[in-house]
Write a protein that binds this ligand. Sequence first.
Ligand code: PEP
Ligand code: MN
Length: 339
Amino acid sequence: MIIVMKAGAAKKDRDVVLKSIRELGYKPHIIHGETRDVIGAIGGDHGKTALQRLETLHGVEQVLPILQPYKLASKEIKKEASLIRISDNVVIGGTQVVVMAGPCSVESEAQIIESALAVKKAGAHVLRGGAFKPRTSPYSFQGLEEEGLKLLAKARDLTGLPIVTEVIEPETAELVAEYADILQIGARNSQNFALLKKVGQLQRPVLLKRGMSMTIQEFLMSAEYIMSEGNQDVILCERGIRTFETATRNTLDLSAIPVLKGKTHLPVVIDPSHGTGNHHYVAPMCYASVAAGADGLIIEVHPDPEHASSDGAQSLRPEKFEEMMAKLRLFAEVDGRTL
Ligand code: PEP
Ligand code: MN
């Protein structure tokens, strides 16, 4: 349920509402608006009627039900787009199209430093690189783990780029959070509820990928798992879903952008690398994503894709990435955005 306070309601009235919500067994969640506060009462259906009665309290304008099963992620509770601050000069969800780029996996110091310098030069805002890799085969490269995190931190020190890297299990989530500016939850883990709850308790923005067979509603329910633990900084990432089509690795669902924008205040980022699986298709999907209203992109870039330990076929060479960025800037400008 949503408790809408009157414009200019006193703090003591709000405190009474918060206390009543807790007494009814719900978790209050305040959203400060420009003229009034809105308080979400998060929990099951058991106390709905009792919550409705809070309408009689002083300073309360209205009590409304939240119709969607996802509550904190829903536009019903917060109409304005969420702005998620990553660093002093990177905010996702506003007019800037935020580009995260780098190799699929961190492979060596030379590789990640070369990648970081190249993507920075081309205008990327965040460096990506996997240190813990969730591979389909147990025999494939599994990542450099903590050594990889240290190399990412070195690349950040050198370039000033914040880093996004994947967390694959609750046990190592805190370790990853010591290094990362954004915690990535991969497609294969997007319904790993123990992991979602764990990152919900950490103070780091989360880039949540859509699972390859997940509906939009399931995707938003996964975001809700993170938010219900206290972390509101969730960035949704469409990375392609599995369909009958085999000409591309996945089918990049760009219609997810307007669909999500209609349902949630959370920012939406597109991953055209995993979405297509082929470096030839990445640039056109980047342009299309910005045209469709994406808040950002996450793109695989590798200095030597033929010898990459993972996902070489879908990785852009630095020169191609730079070319794509120059053209992307024009698409962004047409829409009144910056890059
Ligand atoms: C990745 O970003 O390298 C990755 C493994 O992505 P996904 O979870 O989307 O497959
Ligand atoms: Mn990859």
